[in-house]
Design a protein around this ligand. Sequence first.
Ligand code: GDP
Ligand code: IMO
Ligand code: MG
Length: 422
Amino acid sequence: MPADILIGTQWGDEGKGKLIDVLTRNVDMVVRFQGGNNAGHTVEIGDQKYVLHLVPSGIFRPGVKCIIGNGVVVDVPGLMAEMKDLTRRGLDVSNIELSDRAQLIFEYHKRADAIGEDGATVKIGTTRRGIGPAYSDKADRCGIRGIELTRPEHLEKLFRAQAAKYNRRFKAIGQPEMDIEQEWARIREAAAYLAPFVRNTVYSVNAMLSAGKNVLCEGAQGGLLDIDHGTYPFVTSSSTVSGGACSGAGIPPREVRDVWGVLKAYTTRVGEGPFPTEQLNATGEALRNVGGEFGATTGRPRRCGWFDAVASGYSCMISGVNKLAVTKLDVLDDLPELKVCVAYELDGKKTTQLPASALDLERVKPVYETLPGWQCSTADARSFEALPVNAQKYLRRLAELVHAEVAIVSVGPRRDQTFEVR
Ligand code: GDP
Ligand code: IMO
Ligand code: MG
């Protein structure tokens, strides 16, 4: 069996966690391939709500192998805390494997992230989890990787050298230095806890594929936050598009079968950066309140607006999305009419292409198409045919605009509030 990849097609928080949980019914392994604990993936099962940051969302299905792949950046005490919390809640974490090649995030990365944000004239609005500095160290070839968790003496040497380097930088700009002893004590404890989970996960993933098992790759963030393709510089620091799964998990491109694109029925964004269809008005507030649009990781209110087919279409194109999972359709239930951005106007010219420059994207005027709402509840619909006709039309139009088929619709946060479209 080949591998499937699931990615967010917008600016994150599309409902990837819920979809991974639903899809792992038929899956043997779930692999996170990029990002870190900047992600917040919510899964609701019965009356229990879980927010996962590094642990793959396949953890709720017994027997499913959960891989934290080589492309991930891992907050060492953060992952320990997350695994301990899941264990306390009765889940079995023994199926987790942590890549020996994954980059590790330490306190100095988080500090550097926060100092960078506080001092920047153009703020990105990061999650302050140290993501940018950790990927910078990786590219600069001075990062520390998962394998070192299994040899504490070497880890200590590398950690102390890096921490001292960061302290010199902090001092030079008048920032307080880190207490290296205190930090090392935290890392030593977490390393001892995590060491038994460290594996060469690339072999684990490829062995699964060779054995004909189903592997599902779990993207974090979304295509518009991609380091190359997103609204740079207002992006995260990893490859969030489907191609990132090949390098971030060690999967040959020829093994990939389906690319699932999770598409929220409207648009949200957390942090700074251009957002052409943002609604700074009662509509935006209604979407935020009805949709519960508050960050799963930082609690920040999410910016809300209409569906943007130019931006999402670009994202679906570069990821080669062939199956759409449209989420949060129910959030639109009460609206009398719905707008969909089908093009931009820039300097008096109409375009359906996403501009490279954030400055240009700030200036575009969305060209809207208006569709009628359905003004009744979709939360109990369990088939496409059971949806109000206007909701069916809305979904068909989104699919047409982004050139992919709707395969799954989600009408509420729970597992059962999902149906396949045949
Ligand atoms: P992720 O980062 O892509 O996994 O998404 P988040 O978990 O950050 O945000 C999605 C939020 O929407 C979570 O609170 C989910 O429980 C919730 N959710 C997911 N699907 C639906 C849906 O179809 N309808 C509603 N109302 N909520 C949903
Ligand atoms: P999930 O996986 C939404 C945003 C931040 C900020 C930018 C850079 O839950 O969809 P970073 O901390 O990565 O350097 O921040 O990216 N961001 C997310 N927004 N969902 C996420 O993850 C995000 N992860 C990062 O708000 O704008
Ligand atoms: Mg999220």
